[in-house]
Design a protein around this ligand. Structure first.
Ligand code: ATP
Ligand code: MG
Length: 385
């Protein structure tokens, strides 16, 4: 008898001709997640098994597997021979010493000599006898369940619990997006949401060094690092917008600082996205959250996009919902570290809430837009995480 980890994925995506594509991506991502451990990943029909690991590492392996999009649930199981005595031995290990329980059986091997109902009954009876009155059967609301899965070739898996994983679709099955990654709470969550739908993510961070500090940049690297556990790695690009902010500050109306800067960021991001083969931009904007995230603000930044769409997966989320998700995914503590973002440099007292395009264009015409963009794109730093 040995311990194995069952990794299940949703069958729903497996219909039709995408099956191989989906499974290949999932398998690649699973292998990547557990590559630091001694263990083996084997494919079975409709799921994977992780086996031959050191038992004291199983907890860490599960933690990694739980973060792989496409995985829906995980169980630690005992792999045993499928004869009744062996099933009983395994059930004894999983059963609690007292309380109510039921046995649930499933036959993958339809040639097995007993039906699933017969297996459950027989094992239930043996457990009752073994517990000498400490256990009771309750098929409706049992305190624990012993689950038996009869596999082929005389092998069975016996387990008790389902551990939730992240769900979603395997990263790498839904194109590639460039995430505008600030040091805040929202953008890492936005990246997570798109990766959850199978999108491969790279990150782009704009800094205003030396107005923004090295710590601010390190914080973003750490956020990318935390996010990379879900996105199967991430390339983080950093680009300076210092000279752009200085130019805006010098020539344009202060209340339009953020609006104008945003438009530069989108233009630069789109060009960079195309260069690295990304098919969209992703931002952490949420409608009405701050002055620049009104529909007018979004329209103004969208209007500089040439061909790529801007995805805003958090547009309808409340801040509290975003925070909840960021705590759960593990980025919150880093996000709230108090380092300045480039958007907070040269911050006007009263940013324009509903910027009018005519006014924006008028202000922008005072700047050498193309020259400033070229200057930013001339030096792009790439950090592979
Ligand atoms: P976040 O928590 O993600 O920083 P926020 O609520 O602070 O968001 P803003 O600062 O208005 O909102 O930024 C809105 C979005 O613009 C961010 O979610 C991010 O996608 C992008 N963004 C803002 N600042 C930067 C930056 N310095 N580099 C890259 N993207 C940025
Ligand atoms: Mg921010």
């Amino acid at each position: 008898m040995k311990k194995v980890i069952i990794v299940r994925y949703a069958e729903i995506w497996l219909k039709g001709k995408n099956r191989g594509f989906f499974e290949h991506a999932l398998e690649t991502n699973l292998r990547r997640a557990i590559r630091g451990f001694t263990c083996e990943l084997v494919k079975q029909s409709g799921r994977y098994l992780v086996q031959n690991f050191y038992e004291d590492e199983s907890e860490y392996i599960i933690e990694k597997l739980q973060k792989v999009f496409g995985v829906h649930s995980i169980s630690v199981a005992l792999e045993t021979a499928s004869d009744m005595d062996s099933l009983f031995e395994a059930s004894k290990i999983l059963a609690r010493p007292s309380g109510t329980f039921k046995v649930e059986s499933h036959r993958g091997d339809k040639k097995y000599p007993m039906t699933s109902v017969e297996i459950s009954k027989e094992l239930g009876a043996r457990l009752l006898e073994y517990a000498k009155g400490a256990l009771r059967v309750d098929v409706h609301t049992p305190e624990f369940v012993v689950r038996v899965d009869i596999r082929e070739h005389g092998v069975a898996l016996v387990f008790a619990d389902f551990i939730d994983a992240v769900g979603g679709m395997p990263v790498g099955t839904a194109g590639k997006g460039l995430l505008l990654l600030s040091g805040g709470i929202d953008s890492p969550v936005a990246g997570y949401m798109m990766a959850k739908r199978g999108m491969k993510i790279d990150g782009l961070h704009f800094h205003s060094y030396p107005y923004t500090s090295m710590q601010a940049k390190e914080k973003v690297e750490e956020l990318a690092n935390l996010l990379s556990e879900y996105t199967c790695g991430i390339n983080l690009y950093t680009i300076s917008v210092t000279h752009i902010q200085e130019a805006i500050h010098e020539h344009c109306k202060p209340e339009l600082m953020i609006t104008l800067l945003r438009r530069f960021m989108y233009r630069i991001a789109e060009r960079h996205a195309k260069k690295i083969g990304a098919q969209c931009l992703i931002t952490g904007e949420s409608l009405g959250q701050v002055a620049s995230q009104t529909i007018e603000g979004m329209t103004s930044s969208n209007s500089v996009m040439e061909t790529l769409p801007v995805l805003r997966p958090l547009v309808g989320f409340d801040k509290s919902e975003i925070i909840e998700r960021s705590i759960k995914m593990g980025t919150y503590e880093t996000s709230i570290l108090p380092y300045e973002d480039c958007c907070t440099v040269f911050l006007p007292d009263f940013p324009a809430i509903r910027p009018q395009l005519k006014e924006i264009l008028e202000e922008e015409s005072k700047l050498d837009v193309e020259g400033l963009i070229a200057q930013s794109l001339a030096y792009v730093e790439k950090i592979k995480i």
